[in-house]
Design a protein around this ligand. Structure first.
Ligand code: PRP
Length: 210
C-alpha cells in the first residue's frame, strides 16, 4: 500500500474527522488538543495527516499533496477547485444564508444595489448575480455579523448553524443561499486513479460508519 495523505480542517471538524478515522483504526501519533504540530503520521507510516485552515484543504487536494481532504461544502463551493467530491459525512450540518436586521428585509429583497459582508465572496457574488442584483462584496475573515452591526454592510452571507449568533445580535435570515452544507470527503483526481484500491476502501469504510 502506498502512503495516503489526509488534509484535515483545523478545529471542530478536524477533531470529528479524527474520531471517524480512529473508528477505522487510522490513528495519528501525537495528535493532541494542545499540540502545535501540523503534520502527523500513523504508527506504521501508512497515513500522513496535515492540519490546515479549512479554506486551504481543497488547494492541497487539487495539487495532489494530499490524496484525501475533509472539509465543509461551503469551502468546496467557495474555492471551486478541480477535485472529486466523493462522500457526504453528514456532520457539521448548517446552511448558508443572507442575513440582516429585520427592517432591512425590503431593501435587500427589492433594491438593486446592496453591500454584503462575507467570508464567501464567490458564493455571494454568484447568488446575487443570479438574481440580477448589483452587489458590493466586502470580504471579511471572521465575525461577519459585525458587518451590519457597525454599518459596514446592509447584509451578510454566512453560515447559520444553531442560529445563536444571529439571535444574540438581533439579525434574521432573509433567505437561503445553500441549504445542505455538511462535511464532505474530497479526493485528488490523479490519486483516485493511482491509489484507487486504497482510497476506495477508505471511502467505503467511512460510508459504513456514517
Ligand atoms: C460561524 C459563522 C457564524 C456562526 C454561526 O462562525 O460565521 O458566525 O459560526 O453559528 P451559529 O448559528 O451556531 O451561531 P465561526 O464560529 O466559525 O467563527 P468566525 O466568525 O470567526 O468565522
Amino acid at each position: 500500500m502506498s502512503q495516503i495523505t489526509f488534509a484535515l480542517a483545523k478545529g471542530r471538524l478536524g477533531k470529528k474527522t479524527m474520531e471517524i478515522l480512529e473508528k477505522m483504526n487510522i490513528r495519528a501519533v501525537d495528535m493532541t488538543d494542545d499540540s502545535r504540530k501540523l503534520v502527523f503520521y500513523s504508527e506504521d507510516k501508512k497515513y500522513r495527516f496535515f492540519l490546515s485552515k479549512p479554506s486551504d484543504v481543497p488547494t492541497y487536494v487539487e495539487h495532489g499533496v494530499a490524496d484525501i481532504g475533509i472539509v465543509g461544502k461551503d469551502t468546496i463551493l467557495e474555492e471551486n477547485r478541480d477535485i472529486y467530491e466523493c462522500l457526504d459525512l453528514n456532520i457539521g450540518k448548517c446552511r448558508m444564508c443572507v442575513c440582516a436586521y429585520p427592517e432591512k428585509r425590503d431593501l435587500i429583497l427589492n433594491n438593486e444595489s446592496i453591500r454584503i459582508a462575507t467570508k464567501y465572496p464567490n458564493i455571494a457574488l454568484k447568488h446575487f448575480r443570479g438574481k440580477n442584483k448589483k452587489v458590493e462584496i466586502i470580504k471579511l475573515n471572521g465575525s461577519v455579523e459585525l458587518g451590519p452591526i457597525i454599518g459596514l454592510a446592509d447584509a451578510i452571507v454566512d453560515i447559520v448553524e444553531s442560529g445563536k449568533t444571529l439571535a444574540e445580535n438581533g439579525l434574521v435570515v432573509i433567505n437561503d443561499v445553500v441549504s445542505d452544507i455538511s462535511a464532505r470527503v474530497i479526493v485528488n483526481k490523479a490519486s483516485m486513479k493511482l491509489k484507487h484500491q486504497d482510497i476506495g476502501k477508505i471511502i467505503e469504510e467511512m460510508e459504513r460508519l456514517i
